[in-house]
Design a protein around this ligand. Sequence first.
Ligand SMILES: Cc1cc2nc3c(=O)[nH]c(=O)nc-3n(C[C@H](O)[C@H](O)[C@H](O)COP(=O)(O)O)c2cc1C
Length: 357
Amino acid sequence: MTTVFDSVVLGRNTLPNRLVMAPMTRSRAQQDGTPGDLAATYYAQRAGVGLIVSEGTQPSDDGQGYLTTPGIYTDAHVAGWKRVTDAVHAKGGHIFIQLMHAGRMSHPDNTLHHRPGVAPSAIAPGTGMFTAQGMKDIPVPQALSLEAIEQTVKDFAFAARRAIEAGADGVEIHGANAYLIQQFFAPSANTRTDAYGGSIENRTRFALEVAKAIAEDIGADRTAIRLSPGTTMWGIDEGPEGPDLYRHLVKELDKLNLAYVHVMHQGNEPLLADIRKLWSGKLILNRPGRPRDQIGADVASGLADLEAYGVMVLANPDFVQRLETHAPMNEPHREGFFGGTDKFYTDYPTLPETQGA
Ligand SMILES: Cc1cc2nc3c(=O)[nH]c(=O)nc-3n(C[C@H](O)[C@H](O)[C@H](O)COP(=O)(O)O)c2cc1C
């Protein structure tokens, strides 16, 4: 039986175990999007997992949504991420940078250019967002022109090249959680009548173009994608065709031989089983809120090749050792999730530190 402590080949890398740190925005970058001074320490502390997926990182000015998230397109960004990847590699770890374009999930107060976000259609998500002045309604985004879509695909590929230049082992395209790529999937956010709206083929076109462009530039074995089929938050409704859209998408992704598909599971078990069948590469599965005693079950059953965990890894730099030794876990502190200092960022104790050793 395969366990999460067994090694696995993922793209160009052989990982020592099948435990993955799920991508987590921490909003501690500098104003220009350069990773903060403590980012290298934070990720290196967690390098014991087989793979780290970084916090969502914008591929362009327009890709930013939240306050002080990092980017990966300027020289300063590359230098900042190089410090992170070097620190992770020095500890024997592996890191993919998650390329996150927030699309309409963006507030002008949070971005360098202060424009509304961009999206498939000019439809607001109907929710608020945290800004430096507190919660504010997200304005109606600007609909992307065909030329702007083409440029956005290029921006993703450029950012992927820069991530490799910064020493990342690969990139994970953020196709989940109601951000730009999933906005294209959902008829509630995409009412286009051109080649990017309407049919399943059209609504998945942008995601596939991004994946192909990145794979061509940095290699399919360093390109991955995260999906969250059935997400219902922030005005996303994929409609009755949703599951079929993902079947089509995964079938097409399978032709590209990417390093992995990462599913943030929303509960549709039959669809998950279909994805497992349609995708012949490595599958990373994240089940939000998974209890500790279930860790390893999806790798053991063969449903997934790797399992991703978020808040447990955030709060436990030595997550893998704690699992192996059946040690208790630190509790995550939500008040430190987004923004702030080293508190509840790099100061979660390891087991020996907890025990005062
Ligand atoms: C603080 C925080 C930030 C997150 N940021 C991202 C992100 O940038 N990209 C992403 O794909 N998911 C993000 N997520 C979702 C996590 O990757 C993960 O799917 C979620 O926490 C559920 O898994 P868990 O119960 O193991 O934590 C975030 C979650 C948390 C708690």
